[in-house]
Design a binder for this molecule. Structure first.
Ligand code: GTP
Ligand code: MG
Length: 255
C-alpha cells in the first residue's frame, strides 16, 4: 500500500509534532519548566521559536540573546514553560549575559535542561555540556546544526555519545524543524520520569577535598536551606571564585 500523501499542514514550516500546541506568551500554570542552555550561536532561540511560536531574535553571530525570554507550549495535555537563555561558554563565566544564563541553570530549578550544541563543532561545545551535567539529573543534548555537520562530512555517533554522557541525545536541524518532534517527546519523557539519566560526573575526588566540599556544602545549606547545587557552590568557594563568593553574600540567586 502506498503511503498517504502528507497534508499541507504537515509539510508547512509551522508543523512540528502531533500533540504540540504552541502557546506563545501564555505562561499560566505550567506543569514543567524547561531551560535552553548552550554555547552562543548554537540555535537555542531557533528551537525556542519552533516550540513556542514566538519570534525571538536569531542570527548568525554570537550574543544575540542577552536576557532571559520565556514562552510556552503544550504537549499531550501538559504545559511547559520554556526559558531561552543567552549563550554561555562556561558556568564559570563572568560576563553579564553569561551570568543570566548561569544563574538560571544553577538556581532556576528547571524540570529539564535542553543543552543545545553545534554538531559541527562538538568538541568545543562539550565543555559546557559536562559542566551542566555536574549539576542536573534531567538533561537532553540537542545536537543541532546536523545539516551543517553533514555538509562538512562530520559524522557523530549519537548512541555512543548518549551512553558516555548518560543522557539522551537528539540530532536536530532546528532551522528546518528536523528532529523537533523527537526532542519534544524526549523532554516529555524526562519530565515525566519515563527516561532516567545517569549523567557523567567527575569521579575520584581526593578524600581531603571531598571532606572539605561536604563541610562547606552543609554550611551553605544551613544558611540557604532551599538552595540547589550547594555542592557545586562549595567547589567554587574552594577555588576562590569571587563571583560566587559575592553571589552567596548577596543571596540574590535568580532575578
Ligand atoms: N544550518 C542551520 N542553521 C541553523 C540551525 N539552527 C539554527 N540555525 C541558524 O544559526 C544561527 C544562530 O541561531 P540562534 O537560534 O540565533 O542561536 P542562539 O543559540 O540562540 O544564539 P545566541 O542567542 O547568540 O546564544 C541563526 O542564523 C539560525 O538560523 C540548523 O539546524 N541548521
Ligand atoms: Mg538566542
Amino acid at each position: 500500500m502506498e503511503a498517504a500523501p502528507k497534508s499541507a499542514c504537515e509539510t508547512c514550516p509551522q508543523y512540528n509534532a502531533e500533540g504540540l500546541k504552541k502557546l506563545g506568551v501564555n505562561l499560566n500554570e505550567a506543569d514543567f519548566v524547561v531551560a535552553l542552555a548552550g554555547n552562543p550561536n548554537t540555535g537555542k532561540s531557533t528551537v525556542f521559536n519552533a516550540l513556542t511560536g514566538l519570534k525571538q531574535h536569531t542570527g548568525n553571530w554570537p550574543g544575540k540573546t542577552v536576557t532571559r525570554a520565556e514562552g510556552a507550549f503544550q504537549y499531550n495535555d501538559q504545559k511547559y514553560k520554556l526559558v531561552d537563555l543567552p549563550g554561555t561558554y562556561s558556568l564559570l563565566s563572568t560576563s553579564e549575559d553569561e551570568e543570566v544564563a548561569r544563574n538560571f541553570i544553577l538556581f532556576g530549578r528547571p524540570s529539564v535542561t535542553i543543552i543545545v550544541a553545534d554538531a559541527s563543532r562538538l568538541e568545543r561545545n562539550l565543555n559546557l555540556v559536562l559542566q551542566v551535567l555536574e549539576i542536573t539529573d534531567k538533561a537532553v543534548l540537542c545536537l543541532n546544526l546536523m545539516d551543517e555537520a553533514e555538509r562538512n562530512d562530520i559524522e557523530v555517533d549519537t548512541r555512543t555519545l548518549a551512553r558516555d554522557l548518560g543522557i539522551p541525545v537528539v540530532a536536530t536541524s532546528a532551522r528546518y524543524l528536523r528532529g523537533i518532534p523527537e526532542l519534544i517527546q524526549t523532554v516529555s519523557d524526562l519530565a515525566n520520569g519515563r527516561i532516567v539519566c545517569k549523567p557523567h560526573r567527575i569521579k575520584n575526588i581526593p578524600p581531603n577535598i571531598e571532606k572539605a566540599v561536604t563541610k562547606l556544602s552543609n554550611e551553605i545549606q544551613a544558611v540557604y536551606p532551599d538552595i540547589p547545587n550547594s555542592r557545586w557552590l562549595a567547589f567554587r568557594l574552594l577555588e576562590g571564585d569571587n563571583h560566587v563568593i559575592e553571589l552567596l553574600r548577596k543571596g540574590e540567586f535568580v532575578k
